[in-house]
Design a protein around this ligand. Sequence first.
Ligand code: UDP
Length: 309
Amino acid sequence: MSDRPEKFIDENGLRLDGRKLDQIRDVKIEVGVLARADGSCYLEFGKNKVIAAVYGPREVHPRHQQKSTRAIVRYKYNMASFSVEDRKRPGPDRRSTEVSKVSREALEDQVFTEYFPKSAIDIFVEVLQADAGTRTAALNAASVALADAGIPMRGLVSACAFGKVDDTLVVDLNKDEDNYGQADVPIAMTPDGKITLLQMDGHLTPEELKTGLEMAQEGCRQVYEVQRQALMDHYAKMQDETKAPSVEEVVIAEENEVSEDVSTPPEEMKEKVVDESGEEEPEVEKALPEEEDEETVEEPDTEEDDSYE
Ligand code: UDP
């Protein structure tokens, strides 16, 4: 484990990793990275690396968890043993159970679960590399993976933490700031500012909480822009690959079709034979099957074929 830094903010007001107080770490998002999941996302938030997979809506197992009027949302957060400095014991523990619970609650209300009664929407998140803020990184990835799975949602959920180091508020804490700082407040919110997750570790005054929330809200807004752009890029790429026509192309094609219809009669109209009374001559002869010449029809050989003997 690294030692506690002497100070977290230098004389220029910059943090140990060179960021400003209100600057979030770089966010990179790739959508649809897993072929066997209904929706998936790989996300980097600074040095955090997470992958999210969504399955469903699908049948609920075990059955007793099924809800007759809505879908259930399940969320499994797992930190890989190799993702942290000191190897983590594999498997679930109290921390991952807590993170899974609060993250599920942060997303559940945004999903139109009433559209899918008696079904389950399963979200799995694996932390491949951790550098503090893994629950917020995981939530950001899960939200994009849900959208990629085509799950109808009220809005994307975007998450970002704020905290306090050297008596100063900072946004999106890194590992040293998280481990040795005075407070850590992970937050998740919708684009319209509804908070769906708020946890607090440490001590803050009411004024600090208010200011910190505003800083985290701006951080979430920036994350949201990256999430939205990643989804748009993904679907633009898919459209190119499938060569599905764009809306403009469809409109132009329909306009051309209409103008062709007016100028040239359809093929079947040209072929029709019209007699003097103006009625179409029925093509009786063509409709009947050709008569077979009885004399030339060979009777099937009923006698035993001895050619194999
Ligand atoms: N951490 C660790 N081992 C653990 C749990 C956490 O090294 O078993 C580190 C990891 O880098 C994590 C950070 O401590 O990101 C902060 O953990 P916290 O519980 O605050 O959750 P997070 O900030 O990742 O959501």
